[in-house]
Design a protein around this ligand. Structure first.
Ligand SMILES: [Zn+2]
Length: 441
């Protein structure tokens, strides 16, 4: 290739790299989504005793060491752009005496996660008569605008498998994947060998997890040529790792950790049903995306700026609306809420293939990427408070707010179209949740 061509590719790359605004949360919260998906299934009602992580790690350390070696080999040969584990972090060889730290570092997760025994209390559910624990005890993130209630569990305390799964499904958003890149200004980021954050802002803590929770598997090949870093996404690796750990925990009699790891794995499968997690610029053709990037490079910044803001605003609004709907339904104990029913609807489960190593990219992300084409215009048609929508990035950082007001009074037909689309995504999310768990037990 000529130097001129290299230079053009470089230009496009630089433009594209900056184009993805990553700040928001994906479906939140995953506990709200997991309960309705599994509530009807008797196999998840069994009570199991909570077990501290260290107990599982110390008892099964040899098997865990072997399993992580096999996982690493699998990831190296199956995950595009996967950076191999530095040998110093190898679980079997590590000199780290604190087993929680040894484990988190071998998995290259945020070592500030304490992973205590706890359970999330659903809105509208009775709060157990014990002192709740603050979110900071279980998360590296500071704010929680929704004041979620978490209660501690004692070792040996019985809890249903469903409660473990549902609580754990939200845990990856509490910091497991935050600040792991070498440019995130953390000592572990420099140790982990993941390299520089492939996209998004390396200074925004929540955004740093994006490459683990997003999967851009279906962009056109020119996009990957121009910006290879978009291939550096690892939800498939995470889901596989936690699937393997789940199996090991069950085989060795540690059911609590079996379900907790399974909940972690579910998170990544569920994230793929959010079209803004599987598509760089929903609603825009590749050619438009590349043109915007190029225009920006030659000094015409308007189209780039407006595209970036549009992606970010839509992403935030969709997730907030979905979260508000579920939260209200939980508070009012509205069992027939349409999204609860969609999540629990198993009629279409058999239309999907069984879970496999590339289910995330080839099934889950694929479907969601198709939906991404129409979603932005369907959303746009229901926005009635244009001013609040324009300011939503700022509003969402300041505290809780009522996203319902932004679409209040939307034309009936348009609102129905939007609701149907979200309902379908929730139906897929429920199905993928059950399909992933079937692969484990
Ligand atoms: Zn996520």
């Amino acid at each position: 290739m000529s130097n001129k061509f290299h230079y053009r590719v470089w230009l496009i790359t630089m433009g594209l790299l900056m184009i993805v605004p990553i700040s928001s949360y994906a479906w939140s919260n995953h506990t709200f989504l997991t309960y309705p998906a599994l509530r009807g299934l008797p196999e998840f009602q069994e009570p199991i005793p909570a077990e501290p992580l260290e107990s599982f790690l110390v008892k099964e350390k040899d098997k865990i060491g072997e399993l992580l070696k096999a996982e690493e080999a699998w990831a190296v040969s199956n995950i595009t752009a996967y950076p191999p584990l530095p040998t110093a972090l190898d679980f079997s060889k590590s000199k780290e005496a604190d087993f929680r730290l040894r484990f988190l570092k071998a998995l290259r997760l945020n070592p500030e996660m304490k992973l205590p025994l706890y359970s999330m209390v659903l809105p509208g559910s009775p709060v157990p008569a014990k002192q709740s624990i603050p979110r900071t005890a279980l998360s590296v993130l500071k704010h929680d605008f929704q004041n979620t209630i978490y209660v501690p569990l004692n070792p040996g305390e019985k809890i249903s498998a469903l409660e473990v799964l549902a609580t754990a499904a939200d845990e990856p958003d509490n910091g497991l994947d935050i600040n792991l890149w070498e440019d995130n200004d953390t000592p572990f980021g420099k140790e982990y060998g993941y390299g520089k954050q492939p996209f998004g802002n390396p200074k925004l803590d929540y955004g740093t997890q994006a490459p683990f929770h997003m999967g851009f598997y279906h962009e056109s090949s020119i996009v990957y040529k121009a910006a290879p870093s978009f291939q550096k996404t690892f939800p498939e690796q995470r889901a596989h790792l936690y699937q393997s750990l789940t199996k090991l925990a069950f085989q060795t009699g540690h059911s609590y950790w079996g379900y907790r790891f399974a909940g972690w794995g579910l998170h990544y499968v569920q994230d793929m049903t959010m079209p803004y997690h599987t598509t760089i610029m929903p609603g825009r053709m590749t050619i438009t995306m590349l043109s915007i990037a190029l225009l920006d490079m030659i000094g015409i910044h308007g189209p780039y700026k407006s595209a970036v803001s549009e992606v970010s605003r839509a992403h935030i609004l969709i997730e907030k609306l979905q979260n508000e709907g579920l939260r209200e339904a939980y508070k009012k104990q509205q069992k027939d809420y349409v999204l609860f029913k969609a999540l629990g609807d198993s009629a279409a489960d058999s239309a999907y293939p069984a879970y496999s190593d590339h289910f995330i990219s080839q099934v889950a992300a694929k479907g969601s990427n198709v939906v991404a084409k129409s979603l932005p215009s369907i959303l746009k048609a229901i926005v009635t408070d244009k001013k609040a929508y324009r300011d939503i990035e700022k509003i969402s950082e300041e505290g809780d707010y009522d996203a319902g007001k932004i679409i209040a009074g939307a034309p009936e037909k348009k609102a129905q179209e939007y609701n149907r689309l979200i309902e379908n995504q929730m139906r897929s999310l429920g199905a993928f949740t059950r399909i992933y768990l079937k692969s484990i037990k």
